[in-house]
Design a protein around this ligand. Structure first.
Ligand code: FAD
Length: 220
């Protein structure tokens, strides 16, 4: 999933299937952000980070693209007036069975890189760090590190995979359409988000690293 561009080499039938997503966020009274997402673009560009060198030109190109998609005029205008454009390639990593191989462990996105739709990628990585810290506090001696790394992986894989699946699920719901078009789905989705923000249901359960490690050690 990469921000921004349509591939000029796409055949028309590919364009029909391509999923696109535009979202606008209000940051303050005078500042907003526009997120433009396309899916499954081919990897034929330099993947290193490239800040936009000609901002007005890039902003214009993206605004024209959004115009072609038929977005509301004010969103197109916001894009045209951008003062910053950040592009990012996003990868949904496959679920791993272990985060450990011999002396190497994976933490953060390296272990469970996910689509950002649930907003829990960093949070899940911080849980990895907290868990590792809690384990190493209990096993400070090098002769115990084999056990410590295995424990880290066994505690975190389940939680990491659950977070990835949650993110995929939310992305799926956010992108879904029906015979009524995407409008109805977006309306229902925004009601659910609003209900979550009001606290009618819990989006995420707290993970207390110290408690979780203590619990597992007690069980074993
Ligand atoms: C659009 C978007 C919105 C998000 N929103 C949220 C949110 O609301 N809440 C949330 O919790 N999470 C969110 N996330 C996810 C969050 O940003 C990531 O989960 C988090 O940044 C992962 O941290 P990390 O340290 O594991 O990896 P990274 O932040 O990717 O850090 C890895 C670093 O390694 C560097 N690197 C890579 N290869 C090499 C190399 N060969 N040599 C040296 N350095 C290298 C990279 O440049 C990078 O700086 C979002 C992500 C995106 C893309």
């Amino acid at each position: 999933m990469r921000q921004g561009d349509e591939n000029p080499n796409d055949k028309p039938e590919c364009c029909c299937n391509k999923k696109r997503f535009v979202a606008a966020y209000k940051a303050s009274e005078d500042l907003a952000a526009v997120r433009v997402t396309t899916f499954d673009d081919p990897e034929n560009e330099d993947q290193s980070y490239r800040p936009v060198s000609d901002l007005p030109k890039e902003a214009s190109r993206l605004a024209d693209l959004l115009h072609g998609w038929g977005v509301p005029e004010h969103i197109e205008k916001m894009m045209r007036c951008s003062f910053r454009i950040s592009s990012a390639s996003i990868y949904d990593l496959p679920d791993l069975e272990t985060y450990r191989k011999e002396r190497v462990i994976l933490i953060g996105d390296a272990a469970h890189g996910m689509v950002p739709n649930a907003g829990i990628g960093l949070l899940t990585g911080l849980e990895d760090v907290g868990t590792l810290l809690a384990i190493l506090r209990r096993f400070p001696k090098p002769q115990d590190w084999n056990k410590a790394l295995e424990l880290y992986s066994s505690i975190r894989v389940q939680r990491g995979t659950a977070a990835q699946n949650r993110a995929r699920n939310i992305r799926g719901k956010g992108m879904a359409t029906s015979i009524f078009g995407s409008g109805l789905n977006h309306f229902i989705f925004s009601l659910v988000v609003a209900a979550g923000n009001k606290g009618y249901f819990t989006h995420y359960t707290a993970f207390d690293c110290e408690d979780e490690v203590a619990k597992i050690l007690q069980e074993n």
